[in-house]
Ligand binder design. Structure first.
Ligand code: ADP
Ligand code: MG
Length: 727
């Protein structure tokens, strides 16, 4: 009997739910209690210091040494009072997750007495020995210095783990030379770029707007697997996804899991991480089952983008750790199981003014709708111009399995806006050049009075679109579930900023020539509606017809990560990032190389694990069963049961056939891998993609056949039906 699998099943089946108790009765009593937010600042900082800090944060100004010292001292008191012994700069190196290096507040004074210390300089800057974080050649190891620097726009927080409490200070991570080595630095720059570009355009409509913030609400999908079963699957442990597994007799056909009642064990886990998330100021509100069995989603209320990105990363970290306490493993991989839905991270994106307005919310007032249309159409235009960069920003090995897999947005980037807004844009497009006589109601003539407020009711949805307008925001649905949202959001902010600047120039030029401003705006928008029309698609994105139609329209269909990442290196992409001071050419090249390497290493690991599992689990078990059958056939023949022996003989032959296919193809795959390893990163990635990866499917198919051919008791890997149906 396959011991590992059956032992794991026994453990998994005997689990009971772990009860959780909330820290207080009402959420409002504990929300944000572990954050050095406004409330803590007010009680720990002198009111003058508090004002100066807030002003500096709002204006993005440098924080001087004296102010830093005052904040550090307050942070120290607050943290120590709440039980913290250590502090860390919490940052996002390019490898994907977050990193921390803890230091104690404790120090010995001149006489050897222990004291607690935390100075402004320690708050503002740290120098972790970070020589083994990927830098893509930006930082030679002999010049390994990288600095983390405090990001005062994301509040510090206290993290409990392993019995201790640590003060975490969100930080950027840059090389000695000033080049960015993390995801946060370019994000912050893009947030500033869109602020400036959007504020300037807002001036057309409302002089009171002084600041525009990008907002993000990130829905997070994930799978849960019992810890014991997870540990019995080396592919899950090492690759984050299953490389084999015959689809279960019952999958998601019945759609009975979606929005169904959440199993109690899962619910206890969700409550546990939600409570911690809420204490950390993550405004998590939504939880439900997703389409696939074993798949769930959670979502917080949207926030200022930089904070929302940090919160999503922190949430993933919390979920991973708390799952362990509840004997689960969380899978953030985009496609952990073949044949059932993959997981995404829908990025809901909008723009908010400091006057409290969402620039992507249509209004009942026609005048406001010209402003809405301005931001709406410019976003569509930006995605049309830079769709390849949008595609690049969501590229990853895991997402390649998901995109275009018939249940996820395709690799073709298009924008869905819904019937009503399509009609509005069509009407505007087909209006002749607008010139309006005095006294006429311009908005009426432009059709702007027709944008109905019912749009907000949000019923017109297209869940197959990678980039969908959902009433008052765009939802980027193609982001992978394991991604750091900073990357797609940096790109989106940058391309929209670039577009808004071009728009303003065009309008200004027309106004200079004597056109009335509203008319100029409308005429430029009309032009954009025409030139960006091809990116709009309202139909079924999963259909084969769309791929054909998209090709006719000249839209890209970039199917793999290496090709997608190459889009960053196009001269116009580099110029774009440099123009807005987001990333320099060397920084882009470094990122390209790091991502490419990540991709190829992932495929290398998968290929090795696949070979190992196929040859050392599947094949030997199949042969064991085949031996038994051979004995059976011999016995039958001895008894003269020639006719009856035909069936087991047939199974013997089929096992041989699949064992043959597996052995042969694993051998060829290893050869292809060895060859790929001889190349430099880009060529190696290409080889892994085109010459190694195709074997995965071939080998898998035969292994999955063996799974259903041989005795269940001999199969050593937990099966899909066992992994997916957690109770
Ligand atoms: P659905 O699953 O139907 O898309 P959810 O309620 O799960 O909807 O998620 C919607 C997300 O969009 C939430 O995180 C919500 O806070 C966010 N959202 C709403 N308004 C905005 C906005 N103006 N900017 C950014 N995100 C927003
Ligand atoms: Mg959604």
């Amino acid at each position: 009997m396959a011991r590992i699998r059956f032992d794991a099943l026994k453990v998994a089946q005997s689990r009971t739910q772990i009860d959780v108790t909330p820290p207080a009765k009402k959420i409002s009593d504990y929300y944000g209690k572990s954050v050095f937010g406004k409330e803590a600042m007010r009680s720990y900082l002198a009111s003058d210091t508090y004002k100066r800090l807030n002003l500096a944060i709002r204006r993005g100004e440098r924080i001087d040494g004296q102010l830093a010292d005052a904040v550090a001292s307050a942070l120290k008191s607050w943290a120590i009072e709440h039980g913290a012994t250590h502090y860390t700069h919490w940052f996002q190196p390019l490898r994907g997750t977050t990193a921390e290096k803890h230091d104690a507040f404790f120090r010995l004074d001149g006489s050897g007495k222990a004291i607690e210390e935390f100075k402004g300089t320690m708050l503002v800057q740290q120098e972790p020995d970070a020589s083994s974080f990927p830098s893509g050649g930006l930082r030679n190891t002999f010049e390994a210095r990288g600095y983390t620097a405090w990001d005062p726009t994301s509040p510090a927080f206290l993290l409990k783990s392993g019995g201790g409490i640590t003060l975490c200070i969100p930080s950027v991570f840059v090389a000695y030379t000033g080049q960015a080595l993390d995801h946060k630095t370019p994000l912050l720059k893009s947030v500033e770029a869109i602020n400036q570009a959007a504020t300037a355009v807002c001036q057309f409509f409302d002089k009171n707007v002084k600041r525009v913030s990008a907002t993000l609400g990130a829905e997070q999908e994930f799978f849960l697997v019992d810890k014991a079963l997870f540990n019995a699957r080396p592919d899950l442990v090492l690759c984050g996804r299953t490389l084999f597994g015959h689809s279960p007799a019952r999958g998601q056909q019945l759609s009975d899991h979606y929005f169904g009642s959440i199993p109690p064990r899962v619910k206890a886990f969700m409550q546990a991480f939600e409570m911690q998330a809420l204490q950390l100021g993550i405004p998590i509100t939504t939880r439900h089952n997703e389409v696939a069995p074993g798949q769930y989603e959670c979502a917080p209320i949207f926030e200022d983008m930089n904070v929302a990105v940090d919160h999503n990363l922190l949430l993933m970290d919390l979920m991973t750790r708390i799952a362990n306490d509840h004997n689960f493993c969380v899978l953030f991989h985009e496609k952990p199981f073949a044949g059932v839905n993959g997981s995404g991270k829908h990025n809901n994106w909008a723009l908010a003014t400091d006057t409290g307005k969402n620039l992507l919310a249509p209004s009942t007032k026609p005048k406001d709708n010209l402003q809405f249309l301005t931001f709406f159409v410019n976003t569509i235009k930006a995605v049309h111009t830079h769709s390849d960069l949008v595609r690049a920003s969501i590229a990853s090995d895991g997402n390649d399995y998901r995109l275009g897999a018939n249940e996820a947005p395709p690799a073709i980037i298009s924008v869905f806006i819904g019937q009503q807004l399509s009609a509005v844009l069509d009407a505007l497009e087909n209006n002749a050049d607008v010139s309006i006589d005095k006294g006429e109601n311009m908005y009426m003539k432009l059709g702007l009075d027709k944008i109905p407020a019912i749009l907000l009711d949000n019923t017109d949805r297209n869940r197959t679109s990678p980039f969908a307008f959902t009433g008052n925001k765009f939802e980027v649905r193609a982001v992978g579930s394991s991604a750091n949202n900073a990357t797609p959001m940096t790109v989106l902010n940058t391309i929209v900023a670039d577009q808004l600047i071009a728009f303003k120039e065009e309008v200004d030029a027309r106004v200079e020539k004597g056109e009335k401003r509203e008319i100029a705006i409308t005429n430029v928008l009309r032009e954009y509606i025409k030139t960006s029309k091809d990116i709009r698609f309202e139909g079924n994105n999963y259909s084969a017809e769309w791929a054909e139609e998209a090709a006719k329209r000249g839209l890209s269909n970039i199917r793999n990560t290496p090709e997608a990442l190459d889009q960053y290196l196009k001269p116009e992409a580099i110029a774009l990032f440099e123009r807005h001071n987001i990333l320099t050419k060397p920084e882009i090249e470094a990122r390209h190389e790091i991502e490419m390497e990540k991709y190829l290493m992932q495929l290398q690991i998968e290929s090795r694990v696949l070979g190992d599992l196929a040859m050392n689990h599947a094949v030997p078990n199949a042969i064991k069963y085949q031996q038994r059958l051979i004995q059976t056939v011999k016995g039958m023949k001895e008894l003269g049961l020639e006719e009856e022996a035909k069936m087991p003989l047939d199974t013997i032959r089929r096992i041989s056939k699949h064992v043959g296919i597996i052995t042969e193809n694993v051998r060829e795959m290893v050869k292809a891998r060895k060859k790929a390893n001889e190349f430099e990163v880009r060529e190696a990635a290409e080889d892994y993609c085109k010459k190694v990866k195709p074997y995965f499917e071939i080998v898998r198919k035969s292994v999955d056949k063996l799974e259903i051919l041989i005795d269940d008791e001999l199969w050593s890997l937990p099966k899909y039906r066992e992994l997916l149906f957690v109770r």
